[in-house]
Design a protein around this ligand. Structure first.
Ligand code: AMP
Length: 144
């Protein structure tokens, strides 16, 4: 299974991004409203500058308290983004996520971001693939 198949199985929507100057409070509101765990930081919606996840916000809230809510996303985001390509395999994405201990990954087409996938998307896609393989094997064994 490849990344483009995982993207295709997700509801069609453009990637949600925030600008670097967005406040942490506004970013947290967006995460809650959209029921997502991370957001890509970008000026033009295409070139990612970083990623801000709920973990970044919780970590800073725990360290410094609510004062962090008026900071900008730029101050808290992770800049060294690990990304993947459309043709990459689900297993390779899972390996990168496990090695880097993160659960979100932008999908790139050259310099442009074309989607974002979460570990939940990858696991759900692998489970449905395994179920299809199981059915195919069962049918072969039963001679269907
Ligand atoms: P997550 O598990 O995705 O909520 O993120 C855990 C930590 O990894 C946070 O500090 C994120 O900013 C960071 N992070 C999330 N996704 C990525 C990624 N694709 N590349 C690099 N860092 C990431």
């Amino acid at each position: 299974m490849q990344v483009h198949q995982i993207l295709r199985s997700k509801p069609k929507q453009s990637v949600i991004t925030v600008k670097p100057a967005t406040s942490i409070a506004d970013a947290a509101r967006l995460l809650a409203e959209r029921r997502i765990g991370a957001v890509i930081v970008s000026n033009d919606g295409k070139a990612p500058l970083g990623i801000l996840s709920e973990r970044d916000i919780v970590r800073d809230l725990g360290r410094r308290g609510s004062v962090c809510l008026t900071d900008t996303v730029e101050a808290l985001m992770t800049r060294n983004l690990v990304s993947c390509e459309n043709s990459e395999s689900a297993d390779s994405v899972l390996e990168k996520m496990t090695a880097g201990r993160f659960r979100h990954m932008p999908v790139m087409d050259g310099a442009d971001m074309i989607g974002i996938i979460s570990i939940g998307d990858v696991v759900a896609a692998r489970i449905s693939e395994l179920a299809m393989e199981k059915d195919a094997l069962a049918n072969m064994i039963m001679g269907n």
